[in-house]
Design a binder for this molecule. Structure first.
Ligand SMILES: *[C@@H]1O[C@H](CO)[C@@H](O)[C@H](O)[C@H]1NC(C)=O
Ligand SMILES: *[C@@H]1O[C@H](CO)[C@@H](O)[C@H](O)[C@H]1NC(C)=O
Ligand SMILES: *[C@@H]1O[C@H](CO)[C@@H](O)[C@H](O)[C@H]1NC(C)=O
Length: 685
């Protein structure tokens, strides 16, 4: 080649090579993610945004335009139809997706179903349909850590699993396209809305005090893109998709896109120096040889398949959303498709209810005309409401199933038949007195909607959305609704406005006469037993300290029922500064994570004791100590945002076994037929 820029060209080629070498050597270094009931095969979260279409929807008032849709997922299959969660607007990287939703914790949900027969636990799903039901339900639930609920009970003896309606159920799984993760900080630092510190009122323990759990984008999410969550490390997601294994990882696809950009820049730069033949020669050399040398043979081959034959067409790949999206075009939908096939999910947001002592409520984000949809309400069908009964549980020893475990392992089972309470989740399900079936509503924010007979402005109706199976499923026996054929979310309701609703109005449903009677009874009973005052909770203290320094251990102590915890990521002190103090404690300095991950995640939360505090122009800081049992560490300059209060195990409001009642589905819309199986637990307790 007689090209004057020959050496420069080589330099550029080398830089493609570098892109790949770096990619390979840093692979999965940041593979830290939350464990969960849900999935993940890769774990690492990309830190660079994908190229995105920055076009706004011209001429439309932003607030008028729906920011989140529910529609059929791009991962749906005929065997397993799935709802998906889609961005209606461009969402910048590291921004909230929709509104923070509620987290509802359950305790030992599975152990409560496992009973003993002839000294043996009955835990196989064929013989024990309730255990099977819990197993089905668990696929929609999470470990409690994203919302901070892991401290609700102490020790190993209790398993907490948590429902997070909205994104927590509808957010899809596609490990290569993960673009969202929980923002733990939003939950730990939630505003205490309507908490009435110290006041003893009948709403105590009747609703979850865990809310404002937000999803955050981990990269730019263009309008129309489906939202896929980081399901965590424990999820077995290997069977996802078509079963073909793709040698390229998510970050490899980003490298492919970057390489395409570089190639395009290269050909642009040397446009005048290269004739068509030379250009093709160089391009083929890049695609075949350079790629396979840089990325390895297997990956190189896959990349060669993706890249176009003609270098002039490289730009098409980027225009169509990047190399990965080309594989799965349905994960980006057009605005028109979303409007016609989807349902808007951000017409309501949470806020402090205008009903005294009712906790949080839901408020209109935009005007909603009478007769139109306030919110879609996909339902998780739960054929037997007895799974919410709570019994004492005990640990028994059972032989290990896996060969590599030595000796028997502990298993939690129901201890006796006596029911002492119901799970808090029972207050959130929709039900009917003649049926054992209840439904967990999983639309975004719908679990915040409160009850009022006087101010009712919305009602529940069955949806006629094309993907719902409502009428077919009405004819099924409740127990069949979780068999293989029905093991997905096929039932869909809508909350529809019964009046014109103005922006900012609180939404109210009529939970039904049974609910009202039960509530009135509860209020009357509570009046008789109510304590003078109510213990101060972690939520109260976190709120109080939004504007105030946290007291040190030598100042006035905090109530016994709360603990201080710190989010700790630390580094060594500067060169020359002491690493050990005069009391022999290791010295470390708080450090904002370099990993691209925020520090305010449950994984880094430790017991800590505040020993000194300071108020500086940069903010409030603390020196804290934490001990791992063997050694003690002094951490300096811990910022205010990294210190939180949590309720001690067993002391938060939900352990006060207050009001429990399901939300009533109006009799007029509850189907006649097999659902009315008169087998309900509704009046038993
Ligand atoms: C996470 O929540 C906190 C509120 O505590 C907020 O300041 C932060 O911006 C949120 N981060 C993202 C990425 O949304
Ligand atoms: C208000 O709504 C919450 C859901 O956030 C619910 O648990 C609670 O029981 C409702 N309270 C009343 C008084 O309706
Ligand atoms: C701690 O919680 C228990 C159970 O809720 C309560 O009885 C007790 O009064 C609380 N103690 C303090 C100091 O708040």
């Amino acid at each position: 080649m007689k090209n004057p820029h020959f050496s420069l060209m080589w330099f550029t080629l080398l830089s493609f090579f570098c892109t790949w070498m770096i990619a390979l050597s840093t692979k999965s270094a940041a593979g830290m993610s939350l464990p969960s009931n849900k999935a993940d095969s890769e774990g690492s979260v990309p830190t660079e945004p994908v190229s995105s279409d920055e076009d706004e929807y011209d001429g439309e008032d932003e607030s008028e335009h729906c920011g989140l849709y529910m529609a059929i997922s791009s991962t749906t299959t005929p065997e397993e139809p799935k709802w998906g969660y889609y961005a209606g607007k461009n969402i910048p990287a590291n921004s909230p997706i929709g509104f923070g939703d509620i987290a509802i914790h359950t305790f030992n949900l599975m152990a409560n179903q496992i009973y003993m027969e002839n000294d043996q636990p009955v835990d196989d799903f064929d013989r024990n349909p309730r255990a099977n039901l819990v197993d089905w339900l668990e696929q929609f639930l999470w470990v409690p850590h994203s919302s901070g609920g892991q401290f609700e009970v102490a020790g190993e003896g209790t398993r907490i699993i948590t429902a997070v309606p909205g994104g927590g159920v509808l957010g899809g799984y596609n490990p290569k396209m993960t673009n969202a993760d929980w923002n733990h900080s939003s939950a730990y630092h939630r505003e205490a809305l309507n908490e009435y510190p110290g006041v003893s009122h009948p709403g105590r323990g009747a609703y979850s005090s865990y809310y404002n759990l937000e999803l955050a984008s981990t990269e730019t999410i263009p309008a129309g893109k489906e939202i896929f969550l980081n399901y965590g490390e424990n999820w077995d997601g290997s069977s996802n998709g078509d079963g073909k294994t793709d040698p390229l990882t998510r970050s490899d696809y980003k490298k492919v896109d970057q390489t395409i950009e570089k190639m395009m820049a290269f050909f642009e730069k040397y446009r005048d120096d290269l004739d068509d033949n030379t250009k093709t020669e160089i391009y083929n050399f890049m695609v075949q040889d350079v790629m396979s040398a840089a990325a390895g043979k297997e990956k190189g081959k896959r990349i060669a398949d993706i890249l176009p034959e003609n270098p002039d067409n490289l730009g098409d790949i980027l225009e169509r959303g990047g190399s990965f999206h080309l594989n799965s075009p349905a994960s980006i939908r057009s605005p028109e498709w979303l409007k016609t096939s989807g349902m808007c999910m951000d017409n309501i947001r949470p806020g402090p209810s205008t009903i005294p002592y009712a906790g949080r409520g839901a408020f209109a984000t935009r005007a909603i005309e009478k007769g139109s949809t306030v919110a879609p309400v996909p339902l998780v069908q739960i054929p037997d409401d007895k799974i919410f009964q709570m019994h004492q549980v005990k640990a028994i020893q059972v032989p290990a199933i896996e060969k590599d475990t030595d000796g028997p392992i502990a298993m939690l089972v129901r201890d006796g038949e006596e029911t002492f309470a119901r799970q808090l989740m029972y207050n959130y399900v929709y039900g009917h007195p003649e049926s054992s079936l209840v439904f967990l509503p999983v639309g975004a924010v719908v679990n915040f909607i409160n009850h009022s007979k006087e101010r009712v402005n919305a009602k529940l109706v069955w949806s006629d959305h094309l993907n719902s199976k409502n009428t077919q499923w009405f004819a099924e026996d409740p127990q069949k609704l979780i068999d293989d054929e029905h093991s997905h979310l096929g039932l869909l309701m809508e909350i529809v406005a019964t009046k014109d609703i103005a922006e900012g109005d609180e939404i109210f449903l009529d939970y039904g006469d049974d609910w009202q009677v039960a509530w009135d009874k509860h209020v009357a009973a509570f009046e008789k037993i109510k304590p003078e005052t109510w213990p101060i909770t972690a939520l109260d203290l976190n709120q109080e300290h939004k504007t105030k320094l946290i007291r040190t251990k030598d100042e006035q102590p905090y109530p016994d029922n709360v603990s201080t915890k710190c989010f700790l990521m630390v580094k060594k002190p500067k060169e020359g500064e002491p690493e050990v103090d005069e009391q022999g404690r290791r010295i470390r300095v708080w450090s904002e994570a370099d990993s691209g991950k925020p520090n305010i995640v449950s994984d880094y939360l430790f017991d800590c004791e505040v020993i000194s505090s300071s108020e500086t122009p940069e903010g409030r800081f603390y020196d804290i100590v934490w001990s791992n049992g063997e050694s003690t560490t002094l951490v300096q300059k811990v910022p205010h945002k990294a210190v939180v209060f949590v309720d001690n195990p067993g002391t938060s409001d939900q352990h006060f076994l207050g009001f429990r009642h399901y939300i009533g589905i109006p009799d007029e819309i509850f189907p006649q037929g097999p659902w009315r199986n008169a087998n309900s637990d509704k009046d038993e307790l």
